[in-house]
Design a protein around this ligand. Sequence first.
Ligand SMILES: [Zn+2]
Ligand SMILES: [Zn+2]
Length: 156
Amino acid sequence: MIIFGTKARYKTVDSGEFFCPSCQKTRQYERKQGKNYFSLYFVPVIPMGDAGEFIECQTCGRSYHPDVLKQRLSKPQPDVARLLNTVKSRLENGYPVEYMIRDLTDDGLDRDVALNTVQMAIGRQRCQCPNCDLTYAVSVQRCADCDRTLREVQER
Ligand SMILES: [Zn+2]
Ligand SMILES: [Zn+2]
């Protein structure tokens, strides 16, 4: 008996980072491209056209339509702008930089990303409390913790 049929084979054509709707986080993805093959005894022998593409999350293993990658470009932008605004206004209203970074990392940001976010919001200049060493945006006058007058420092 001759066993034949069609079989799709997928290969990875691209990879990178995307926002996985299932994980709700930035994850590694692989873009898989499929070709249909006419197969004989389960061995693909003749290519028979495209079987389509999908995006596979390397963490949860779910697959998505390739359109899911467009969210990476369009969706996080307003969130970043909003986050920067929040961070900037809280810091300029006297919230210590160290507490802000702790809050951001508690929210799931990497420490490097949190540091960058703070830097994008208020620049590299800092004021520091001579008593408890907490640092602040330069526009802040007094320490929120101990009410000392702050001195200006250049962040290392
Ligand atoms: Zn996932
Ligand atoms: Zn202080």
